[in-house]
Design a protein around this ligand. Structure first.
Ligand SMILES: NC(=O)c1ccc[n+]([C@@H]2O[C@H](COP(=O)([O-])OP(=O)(O)OC[C@H]3O[C@@H](n4cnc5c(N)ncnc54)[C@H](O)[C@@H]3O)[C@@H](O)[C@H]2O)c1
Length: 316
């Protein structure tokens, strides 16, 4: 679908994409380069589950080759963004080769799939290190340059497993939930400095997801009618927009699924209010009202906004 209400143009801009050699990262990096950006295509080329293992430069190289073959500009980075030193090298490469950083797409990720009982603390920690640690390090390395420029776009890959939940993805979902927490905080930190932060929840058949079959998920999503729309290219338009100057909103979470792009949000019901502490019996009696969004809800824009809303509801 093409509908032109203004160009999403990256001419003269420099964009870092982590995990650029993977399914989604490659589609995103190529689309942004096609729109004029010089791209740092970062990928350490590791196994899908992360951890120790051979690192393959071809992950980053193949996307750089595709971009340059199409007439675009890109440089490969093989650094591990789960560590501060690696993330700092990625940013230094962008500055030394292209002189600026306009956007960072924190897309690198790994996956450990299985029932909660089968997951260990080590699995959780490995996922946290890459997803939230890797988003943290690359954002923190780029941050001073964006602050100095008074402009920046940070775009974070999160997941419906973190936002909505999946029984087989407790550790992965916890890591992706933490990425959303990071995005919430950085949105508020960046707001007054021209740094806008948003997150995307993609759904795509890539090496990360293709092995998940019917026996793992019950109804196998890849056999559903929507599966035809699970090419990574379906998420590339959304992420390009969020990384561009055309995007002027911050603090959002957006879903790309099966040909639909929509906004996910966190709302709080109007619930019940009182002048003093509300006891457990009242909570029990009011439970349907507390849980019912049909009776009204708000979408606080940050945590102090929730204070403002409650004060207003209570007429204070
Ligand atoms: N595919 C989906 O349906 C889906 C759904 C929700 C979220 N996501 C998220 O989207 C992002 C991209 O996933 P994908 O499906 O393209 O998977 P993918 O495995 O194809 O790509 C991920 C890439 O990240 C790279 N990577 C991993 N750890 C790294 C590190 N420490 N430093 C640098 N690079 C690293 C890998 O080498 C790989 O190429 C991930 O964050 C993933 O969690 C994907």
């Amino acid at each position: 679908m093409t509908q032109d209400s203004g160009a999403v143009d990256f001419t003269g801009q420099v964009v870092i994409v982590t995990g650029a050699g993977g399914g989604l990262g490659s589609a995103i990096a190529r689309e942004i380069a096609r729109r004029g950006a010089a791209v740092i295509a970062n990928d350490l080329g590791g196994p899908v589950t992360g951890g120790a293992g051979a690192h393959d430069h071809r992950f980053a190289d193949h996307v750089v080759e595709a971009i340059t073959a199409a007439g675009g500009r890109a440089i490969a980075s093989y650094d591990d963004i789960a560590g501060e030193a690696g993330a700092r090298r990625v940013v230094a490469l962008a500055l030394s080769q292209f002189g600026r950083i306009d956007a960072v797409i924190a897309n690198a990720g790994t996956m450990r799939f299985g029932a909660f009982e089968a997951m260990s603390l080590a699995d959780l920690q490995a996922l946290l290190a890459v997803h939230v640690g890797g988003a943290w390090t690359i954002a923190q390395a780029a941050w001073p340059h964006m602050r100095a420029a008074g402009y920046g776009r940070l775009v974070f890959a999160t997941s419906s497993a973190g936002m909505l939940g999946n029984a087989m993805l407790s550790a992965y979902g916890a890591a992706k939930g933490a990425v959303m927490g990071l995005m919430h905080g950085l949105s508020e930190s960046g707001r007054d400095h021209g740094i806008l932060c948003n997150a995307y929840m993609p759904n795509a058949i890539t090496r990360m997801t293709e092995g998940i079959g019917a026996s793992d998920l019950g109804d196998n999503p890849w056999s559903m009618p929507l599966a035809a729309c699970f090419d990574p290219a379906y998420a590339a338009g959304l992420v390009s927009y969020l990384a561009s100057a055309a995007c002027v909103t911050t603090h959002g979470i957006y879903s790309s699924l099966g040909g639909r792009i929509g906004r996910a949000f966190i709302g709080i019901t109007d619930g019940v209010t009182a002048d003093g502490p509300i006891d457990a019996e009242t909570v029990a009696a009011q439970w349907p009202r507390i849980g019912d969004p049909e009776r009204g809800y708000t979408i606080p824009s940050n945590n102090t906004d929730e204070w403002r809303i409650v004060a207003e509801q209570r007429g204070l």
